[in-house]
Design a binder for this molecule. Structure first.
Ligand SMILES: [Zn+2]
Length: 59
């Protein structure tokens, strides 16, 4: 498991399809062939802004 945002391997699994990167503090979910990223505010809340990252062919 590699973070789609920063490519770090410090990624923890929250639920079956929700992950959290300890390196860039971004939570992300998988949706078919792309990732939805949610930035965490200082309050620990998820922002409404999402960033979509398409999976690379390398997997
Ligand atoms: Zn990251």
């Amino acid at each position: 498991m590699i973070c789609p945002n920063c490519s770090n391997r410090e990624v923890g699994m929250l639920t079956s399809n929700r992950y959290f990167c300890h390196s860039c503090c971004v939570e992300f979910t998988r949706a078919k062939n792309k990732w939805k990223l949610y930035e965490i505010t200082e309050d620990g809340l998820l922002t409404h802004t999402q960033k979509i990252v398409f999976e690379s062919a390398e997997g």
